[in-house]
Design a protein around this ligand. Structure first.
Ligand code: NAD
Ligand code: DAU
Length: 349
């Protein structure tokens, strides 16, 4: 039986990737390694937790010995590495955590793979990265796979460094690696510190919607299951040593997106038109806030035949419906450490 290690599988994107692999590859053992930080939640995987080809291991990628022991135990054929600290605001408040997990944790996994993969045939180390490594765009242009790296937040600097280390292990030691850099994901199970689930939750509870700066920053949004489909394709068909950009061809200025969200939320909650928009509150801008991200995803489209399957209107509507139907999930994940963090951050603004 083939074994694949998926790190960060209890998080937002990771849980969708684990579910897809567990269902699609019943003859392959899927090991989900996750530290279960504030962002990791096994509730995200309740529907597949009893599948015979699924195993959960609690562990920390920063712990090199534990990673070696894990490789020894399961003799992995492949790694899909998603575990990370993922929130830019938290990286501004506490950069060291990001350096430990995103950089040191990644190098620990590279070392373990290199040690155990004496024979590299059929092996693959797939590192999941972000478009934020490319920096910030002006009004025109798109990030391609050859855009020079220019990370500008502690989060993106740590992710960019980890990308460099992954490539270094390929060039120096011949480790069979592949990397993808994706734009902003949205969908079910996203932790409500990120823009869309935070604002959905706040609208439900009639709380202020904190728009950073003037709300003019632009992001390129992709439905999370389309990202998971791309990951499946790249893991199985991507060329070793290559990088693939993944994006939604779906750019939105934050304030425009927020206004659309407010309108749909009013309809879904049967509130008078304009009710949610009144919650918009302009707050101090994020430090070093990147202005615009936009991905040129033509390489993955041309070489691997991938493109987003969902129109944004449909994806947004499905996403809102999920959060409305899963209030218990929201209450659960916002009941602990996050609640304190959020309250503190909000009060500072
Ligand atoms: P997330 O914060 O929802 O989940 C991260 C997961 O990693 C959590 O389950 C957490 O418990 C786990 N984790 C954190 N530190 C760990 C450690 N030291 N050891 C083991 N597990 C640990 O993140 P996400 O949004 O699902 O992002 C997943 C990956 O995709 C990240 O690498 C991120 O950089 C990348 N990415 C995210 C987006 C996005 O829009 N969310 C876009 C592009 C790339
Ligand atoms: O581009 C990919 C990246 O997208 C991923 O690598 C990151 O892991 C992911 O968190 C995301 O980063 P962003 O910083 O773009 O996402 P976030 O949801 O935090 O913010 C989206 C935009 O909304 C950004 O311009 C900041 C703004 N914002 C965000 C929050 C949380 C607000 O105006 N108010 C808010 O309260």
């Amino acid at each position: 039986m083939q074994s694949i290690l998926i790190t960060g599988g209890a998080g937002f994107i990771g849980s969708h990737v684990v579910r897809l692999f567990v269902k699609q590859y019943p003859d392959c053992r899927i090991v989900n390694l996750d530290k279960l930080t504030y962002a990791g939640n096994l509730e995200n995987l309740r529907d597949i937790e009893d599948a015979p080809n699924y195993v959960f291991e609690k562990g920390d990628i920063v712990d090199a010995e534990a990673m070696f022991a894990l490789f020894e135990k399961y003799q992995f054929d492949g790694v899909i590495h998603l575990a990370a600290e993922s929130h830019v605001d938290r990286s501004i408040a506490n950069p060291m955590e990001f350096i430990h997990t995103n950089l040191v944790g990644t190098v620990n996994l590279l070392n373990a793979a290199r040690h155990f993969w004496k024979d590299i045939s059929g092996k693959r180390f797939y590192h999941i990265s972000t478009d934020e490594v490319y920096g910030s765009l002006g009004d025109e242009g798109l990030f391609t796979e050859t855009t020079a790296y220019d990370p500008r937040s502690p989060y993106s600097a740590a992710k960019a460094s980890s990308d460099h280390f992954v490539r270094a292990w390929h060039h120096t030691y011949g480790l069979p690696v592949v990397i993808s850099n994706c734009s902003n994901n949205y969908g079910p199970n996203q932790f409500p510190e990120k823009l869309l689930p935070l604002f959905i939750n706040n609208i439900i509870n009639s709380k202020p919607l904190p728009v950073y700066g003037k709300g003019e920053n632009v992001r390129d949004w992709l439905y999370v299951i389309d990202h998971a489909r791309a990951i499946d394709l790249i893991y199985h068909k991507g060329q070793i040593g290559e990088t693939y950009n993944i994006g939604g061809h779906n750019e939105w200025k934050n304030i425009d997106l927020i206004k659309v969200l407010c309108k749909i939320m009013d309809q879904k909650l049967s509130r008078e038109a304009g009710t949610s928009e009144k919650l918009i509150t302009y707050v101090k801008d994020r430090a070093g806030h990147d202005m615009r991200y936009a991905i040129d995803a033509s390489k993955i489209q041309e070489e691997l035949g991938w493109k987003p399957s969902l129109q944004f209107e449909e994806g947004l509507s499905k996403t809102i419906d999920w959060y409305l139907a899963n209030k218990a999930w929201m209450d659960n994940v916002t009941s602990g450490e996050y609640q304190n963090y959020y309250t503190e951050q909000y009060e500072k603004r």
